[in-house]
Design a binder for this molecule. Structure first.
Ligand code: HEM
Length: 395
């Protein structure tokens, strides 16, 4: 292994698991590029970090998403990147919109759009799965909830890919200008929605945030923009990659596909095991708030660490035969986090996953990927393809 492995090297973006296995075995706390963060790879350490927000601050996401070269990035100032009382206050502004009762109201709409998108795949035969299915499905769901214009859907993934695709060091000048221009474009759009909700209240999530919290507190304009950026990115970046990884598994494992087609009751199991086996979250940067020790390695106060969720989910000490996709596995992964930052959209994500996979299984007996056309994202936090050409075989 290189002394400082680069987790963004193409080989590790395509398949990070051999590197993670090596890290868990020999270097459980290891400096990595880009940015020199300390990667934390063992399950017990990742769990410890996420369960102790007083020792490991979410301002790590602030550092990751807003290095100096980016300028202002509202997602880096908001919910996921905040701690303590500030975090609790921001979360209380939006949590009402994500209860199972509120989300279940979307079920019919999500199923209808999954059916339409799957019909589109059928008609094309060969297409980019990200563009035709994996992205528009969550984009429609989250824009519906937020009250964003569905006609602008194709811009949403472009925006969120850029705002969470910030790396400690830019790839080149074009990366710098694209990032800054996209953030400015996104801010202008969100501001229009805020102004519209101020003059004409609405009961969508943007209307709810603008109106203020349960105890009468009103968020600042900057906070509203940050929440909108966060919800759009969290709702889109993750679920779209979930579908990509799920489709890839179904293409490679026709036996699993057959079992699901024969018994849809296995779908919830499939979804949980898929999230563990190859979920959309790579890592969740944190700042260390005191001198600590993990796996016998001392880490100094102020260090920026990268707990690798995807590595924890393949830890043999927690998941026997961790590299095996196992529909009968009882233990679920660490995929939605823990504690105060536990994924607000977990119920929505599962609903979308179920509806989307149902629509695909209804229509297709198989999938084959066209590996030459796959383009991988570059983000410390999420991992998945930006393009994934696929050929579908109708039932
Ligand atoms: C398969 C899909 C998804 C996965 C694997 C996932 C995973 C996660 C994880 C691991 C966290 C914890 C972050 C941390 O501790 O720093 C998180 C937070 C969050 N997720 Fe998800 N997520 C998914 C889908 C969604 C969806 C559809 C939404 C809808 C908006 C969403 C909204 C959020 C929000 C707002 C937070 C921040 C919560 C907080 O900081 O209090 N997620 N998610």
């Amino acid at each position: 292994m290189q002394s400082t492995p680069d987790v963004m090297a193409l080989a590790h973006r395509i398949n990070p698991y051999p590197l993670y296995a090596e890290l868990r075995r020999d270097h459980p706390v290891c400096r990595v590029e880009p940015g020199g963060l300390m990667a934390i790879s063992r399950y017990k350490d990742v769990e410890y970090v996420l369960k102790h927000p007083e020792l490991f601050s979410s301002h790590g996401l602030r550092v990751a998403w807003q290095p100096e070269w980016v300028g202002d990035n509202p997602v880096a100032q908001s919910l996921a990147a905040s701690d303590g009382e500030e975090h609790a206050r921001l979360r209380s502004l939006v949590s009402r919109a994500f209860t199972p009762v509120a989300i279940n109201r979307l079920d019919e709409k999500v199923r209808a759009s999954a059916a339409r998108l799957a019909e589109g795949l059928l008609a094309r035969g060969e297409s980019d799965f990200m563009e035709e299915f994996a992205t528009p499905l969550p984009a429609r769901a989250i824009s519906n909830l937020l009250g964003f214009d569905p006609a602008l859907e194709r811009h949403y993934k472009r925006w969120t890919g850029v705002i969470v695709g910030v790396t400690p060091v830019p790839e080149n000048e074009e990366h710098v200008s694209r990032t800054r221009d996209t953030i400015a474009e996104m801010k202008r759009y969100v501001q229009q929605i805020i102004d519209a909700r101020r003059s004409q209240p609405d009961d969508d999530v943007m209307g709810l945030i603008v109106k203020g919290g349960p105890n009468g507190q009103r968020p600042s304009n900057q906070e509203i923009i940050g929440l909108a950026f966060t919800l759009l990115a969290a709702g889109l970046e993750t679920t779209s990659f979930f579908f990509a990884h799920a489709l890839r598994l179904l293409a490679e494992r026709p036996d699993v596909l057959e079992r699901l087609r024969a018994d849809r009751k296995l779908l919830p199991k499939f979804i949980e095991e898929m999230l563990r086996y190859n979920g959309p979250i790579r890592g969740l940067p944190r700042i260390v708030m005191a001198d600590v020790e993990l796996s016998g390695v001392r880490i100094e106060h102020g260090a920026c660490i990268l707990p690798l969720i995807a590595s924890a989910n393949r830890d043999e000490t927690r998941f026997p035969h961790a590299d095996r996709f196992d529909l009968a596995r009882e233990q679920t992964g660490i995929s939605f986090g823990f504690g105060s930052h536990y994924c607000l959209g977990a119920f929505l994500a599962r609903l979308e996953a179920q509806a989307g996979l149902d629509a695909l299984l209804d229509r297709f007996s198989g999938f084959s990927l066209i590996p030459e056309g796959v383009v991988w994202n570059r983000s410390l936090v999420t991992s998945g393809p930006l393009k994934m050409p696929v050929r579908v075989l109708p039932v």
